[in-house]
Design a protein. Structure first.
Lengths: 110, 281
């Protein structure tokens, strides 16, 4: 019962968070929408940074910061390619494959 | 002309510049021609006439195609959510909530907190805290959706998640149809992948690289917007705050980053307007 209750609260809450601003679109000023756009981009930037910093990889030996450092390099490469105008698919694939290569290389050396 | 008019005019210029310099961007050709000839871009009329399908449907298909990398990227997360659902005490409720929550991280955190035995209130709060960012996305969309019929606005809200929002932000024309195409594709693909995960179990939990993929794809989707100075400042400040708060619960980190990013964006606006005024005088 508690599982259903918690999931129902999160589900209904999520729906309201998504739909309510659009239902009241006429009353929301452009200035607020501009700030909300920046908040949205900020959240995605924070998600990327947090994922990289908390990244763990059991196959990579060494200190606990090795995996986050490798992840930073790999994600940084992907972001740089995307910023330079490469497609999302290509940039992501380059970032991911560079992580796999770096992690394998590091595991082989240590 | 007040500060906001200046910002809107500059934002429009940035949008054209961004489209003109991005080889993958829709209408880049028309924008480049317009820049060369000094005229306004004519994409609303000429492209629509030349197409076999109405522009709106092409935009929907473009959106559905553009979200495919994100669908692939979210597959490992969907399988992890599916595995958590199959381990849940109430599998049916957990599976049905996939459609209403429509967010892997929130669903996973809610199920994890419930599995730890922390109670339904703690689980619901943890899940909702992660979902609060959706209200920022939704609010940012009102400029495009203000004139849409009520049913379409409700549909847009139902389909809202990170990837369609981020993709639509990078789009300069046909944004509503493009968003609907991307959102519908993900809305159908996500529950299908989660359902597959309930049968397959935790097959990706041991693959460390898989955990990087959703953040990498979302980052690559929005990074081109950072050519605009206030957005760059906002994202930089939010990234710093996420670094400082990295060990805090995910929901707190995201809410904190949203606030820090908004404030940094406002400060960047004020600095830019003052600089522009100083240059004029």
């Amino acid at each position: 019962m508690t599982v259903a209750l918690a999931l129902a609260v999160v589900g209904v809450g999520s729906l309201l968070l998504r739909v309510l601003p659009l239902l009241g679109a006429a009353r929301i000023p452009d200035r607020l929408a501009l700030h909300a756009t920046r908040a949205g981009v900020s959240v995605l930037a924070a998600t990327t940074v947090r994922t990289v910093l908390l990244h763990g990889d059991a196959t990579v030996a060494g200190s606990p910061i090795t995996a986050p450092v490798l992840a930073t390099l790999a994600v940084g490469l992907g972001l740089w390619l995307a910023y330079r105008g490469r497609s999302v698919l290509l940039s992501s694939a380059a970032g991911l494959s560079s992580y796999v290569v770096l992690a394998a290389g590091f595991a082989a050396v240590t | 002309m007040d500060m906001f008019d200046v910002l809107v005019a500059q934002s429009r210029q940035h949008e054209h510049a961004r489209a003109a310099h991005h080889p993958n961007r829709f209408m880049a050709h028309e924008v480049r021609i317009a820049a060369r000839t000094g005229s306004e871009p004519t994409y609303n009329t000429t492209r629509a006439r030349a197409r076999p399908l109405p522009a709106r449907w092409n935009d929907v298909l473009d959106g559905a195609g553009a979200v495919l990398p994100a669908v692939l990227a979210f597959a490992p997360l969907a399988l992890m959510v599916g595995a958590a659902i199959s381990a849940s005490d109430n599998r049916l409720a957990a599976l049905l909530s996939t459609w209403t929550i429509h967010g892997g991280a929130a669903q996973l955190v809610t199920l994890d907190v419930l599995a730890e035995g922390s109670g339904w209130i703690a689980a619901a709060m943890a899940g909702l805290l992660i979902q609060i960012r959706l209200s920022a996305y939704s609010t940012s969309m009102v400029r495009d959706w203000r004139t849409a019929p009520l049913g379409l606005r409700v549909l847009a809200g139902l389909l809202l998640s990170d990837a369609p929002w981020a993709l639509a932000q990078s789009r300069s024309t046909g944004r509503r149809s493009f968003y609907l195409g991307a959102g519908l594709a993900l809305f159908l693909a996500w529950p299908a992948m989660v359902t597959l995960g309930t049968a397959a179990g935790d097959v990706v939990g041991g693959i460390a690289a898989a955990a990087l993929v959703p953040a990498l794809v979302l980052g690559c989707t929005v990074v081109t917007q950072l050519r605009e100075r206030p957005l760059l400042v906002a994202a930089g400040a939010a990234g710093l705050s996420a670094g400082v708060l990295a060990l805090a619960p995910a929901g707190m980190v995201l809410v904190g980053a949203a606030v820090v990013g908004m404030v940094a964006g406002v400060v960047a606006d004020r600095v830019r307007v003052r600089t522009d005024e100083g240059a004029v005088s």
